[in-house]
Design a protein around this ligand. Sequence first.
Ligand code: P6P
Length: 352
Amino acid sequence: MNLKLELLEPTMSKPSSPIITVQQHILQDQKRFPGSSGEFSWLLSGITMATKLIQAKVRRAGLTDILGEQGDINVQGEVQQKLDVFSNDALIHCLSARESIGVLASEEDEKPLLVHKGSENAHYAVVFDPLDGSSNIDVNVSVGTTFSILRRPEGIGLDEPEKWVLQPGAKQIAAGYVVYGSSTILVYSVGNGVHGFTLDPAVGAYILSHPNMKMPEQGKYYSVNEAYRDTFPVRYREYIRRLREGTLGHKYASRYIGSMVADFHRTLLKGGVFLYPPTESNPEGKLRLLYEANPVAFLAEQAGGTAIDGTRRVLDIQPKSIHQRTPLVVGSRVELADFERFVVQADSRQPA
Ligand code: P6P
């Protein structure tokens, strides 16, 4: 049989829309910050750089055993670091190189970190969870990095770093996350809509893939760890039962990944509701206010959704401590309106 090898012409389809990198997009957004001469885009580039380092490591997590990097000392003579410690170090390293940042606060560190001590240019604080959901890595489930950017409060100096970060979420000037899933996607907002960028690993650039993201008015999924259902407050159980039984308009399906960034990312794209109620083991909720609830609440509202702690707007909460926990109910307008009706109003009429 005469095999005819056809040279397949590389079909380079013409891009349907201009290719915009996150740097270009940030520079366009930059104009929203009067007087900040590119320093804000320089700050955000510290986050994008760190997350590229993190994703490269996360993608190879399963290989460390095979490549012999396991154990105390690896081939370069370095102490082998756990992924979440590596991620934390990557963010601190990249962000400390930004003169405009005075304070960093991380899920990994008890206290805030002072950077550029004494620099009068420092007027931003960055709060982050370097690798949220890291316990899922060894089963190859999506994990993420979350970040929240705040401006130094008037009259507060570097001698009071906690006050830089203990501000209500409504004071965030930017927030976002990177989800390390089947692809690596950066989602962020500087207060004028939510935009998503997919990392093209071939060139190492985040490319605009989800411009102006809007959360659907209503979704078909509810997302909660039902293993704790019997210890949720009674009204939450009632609300979840109605979602499951379809007496709130339509029958919902359940989706729960156990990695907040991934569960929220699906909710942002598909709508519905993600909730982490108070439980017996976490009566104040499990999720952290500053670097889990606040960033997603900022994005949810920017995308047309709602985020409450079960009774009030998450972004209005005045934090008292850096690692403070909060219950979280975040999602589409319809599901949150139902929550308001069946839980918040019911509680005010007749506390459970
Ligand atoms: P549970 C991960 O540890 C995390 O902080 C969030 O990313 C996630 O939503 C939550 O905890 C999962 O908690 O109790 O359902 O395993």
